[in-house]
Design a protein around this ligand. Structure first.
Ligand code: GDP
Length: 388
């Protein structure tokens, strides 16, 4: 018996969950699922057309008035998903959604969170994970990739690899597993922004560049002051890929005399970054500290900054993008290069992308088992991927 079926047993609780990410939409949806779903909602809701709620067929959307916990009424819409599942759609604000959920709990519903709701109502585990991830997606582009996984792209890819393994086509299976794993980093960043750090000497123009990048990107999703004293972060998106831009404003990559602690802190931030924008002033020499940052970073893009003043000198500095935050020159190219450095080959629509640590670990297990000539174990890991 699936979990969703078990929630229909007469004595199982009827659960209530706010399904939409709070404060992120104009409308909030509160799900009610279980044997008393219809009854619990009907105690608080009167349809505008009159008549009991359970007289409407499943699939209908009913407009009416909902009585909150204080007795105040508000107009809203109820969707009858199935006899045991009802959705209440109200104003998207935190207070409105909480008020509806509390009123339903007062009628006997048991409050759970959205992730537990999905786990209980979605028997397909990969689809459940995709729905949970979708609530975290910050851009249309990342949501589209997750929607593909919800519709079965990853499941189909895993099934195909299982078939290859059963047919003893190990080369194809290993190749497909390798390609899936190559997309795992992208997958993890569908819900967690990439971390891009601006590093460079004091006065190289890091804060000016940060402002220029944020100003250029109209699609700022989220902006918040830094959580630490040294690092200011803003969340934005480049070509639809969410990025947390961090300006190491208070950190000194290089200064005279060198503060060992400051340099070490800067290098730690550099090491933790998915991409470092190494901001170098074209009117200053390429220094040892800049070389060290370039060598420490996992990925680095050199920004030849203040290119309105001079051409980048040929003093051994790596190739990069010439940019002026003052005139805006090169900013568009830098934005393109940032997106390309993070996602060199964007997935075509419908491409399978593993997007949780669990999925990645199971795919790695499958590949390792295959490399040890244990195809049955690889099949087991793939089965767990889709079914656990
Ligand atoms: P930070 O210390 O690295 O954050 O550097 P700032 O952003 O504070 O900039 C240092 C100085 O460089 C300021 O006087 C800026 O006006 C100047 N500056 C920043 N970007 C440019 C640029 O693209 N061209 C020129 N000519 N000056 C710039």
């Amino acid at each position: 018996m699936s979990e969703s079926q078990s929630s229909l047993l007469p004595h199982s609780p009827t659960v209530v969950a706010i399904l939409t990410p709070l404060g992120r939409g104009a409308v909030a949806s509160i799900g009610v699922c279980g044997p008393r779903a219809m009854e619990i909602v009907a105690r608080r809701f009167v349809s505008a057309a009159g008549g009991p709620l359970d007289a409407y067929p499943a699939g209908r959307v009913v407009f009416g008035r909902f009585r909150g916990i204080t007795g105040a009424e508000e107009e809203l819409v109820v969707g009858l998903v199935a006899p045991h599942e009802v959705e209440v759609h109200c104003h998207g604000g935190l207070a409105a959604a909480e008020a509806v959920a509390s009123a339903l709990v007062a009628e006997g519903g048991v409050r759970i969170d959205a992730a537990d709701w999905i786990a209980q109502t979605e028997p397909d585990c990969l689809a459940a994970e995709a729905r949970i991830a979708l609530a975290e997606a910050r851009t249309e582009r990342t949501a589209a990739v997750l929607l593909d996984q919800y519709r079965g792209a990853l499941r189909d890819a895993a099934l195909q690899i299982e078939t290859n393994l059963r047919q003893q086509d190990f080369a194809t299976a290993a190749d497909s597993l390798g390609r899936l794993l190559n997309r795992a980093e992208l997958g993890q960043h569908l819900t967690r922004p990439w971390r891009v750090v601006l590093a460079g000497r004091p006065n190289a123009g890091k804060s000016s560049l940060m402002n220029a990048l944020l100003g250029f990107q109209r699609s700022i999703v989220f902006a918040e002051p830094g959580t630490t004293r040294d690092v200011l972060t803003h969340t934005t998106a480049f070509d639809g890929w969410p990025v947390e831009l961090a300006d190491t404003a208070g950190l000194r990559v290089s200064c005279e005399p060198i503060e060992a602690e400051g340099v070490e802190r800067a290098l730690a931030v550099v090491r933790g970054a998915d991409l470092v924008l190494l901001v170098c002033d074209v009117t200053s020499n390429w220094s040892n500290e800049e070389r060290e940052v370039a060598q420490t970073a996992r990925r680095v893009l050199v920004v030849h900054h203040k290119c309105d003043l001079a051409n980048p000198p040929s003093d051994g500095r790596p190739v990069g993008v010439a940019v002026s935050s003052l005139t805006g020159q090169g900013i568009d190219r830098l934005c393109e290069q940032i997106a390309r450095a993070l996602v060199p080959s964007p997935p075509e629509p419908g491409t399978a992308v593993p997007f949780t640590a669990r999925q990645e670990a199971l795919l790695r297990q499958a590949l390792a088992a295959l490399n040890h000539r244990k195809p049955e174990k690889a099949i087991g890991a793939l089965a767990t991927l889709s079914n656990s």
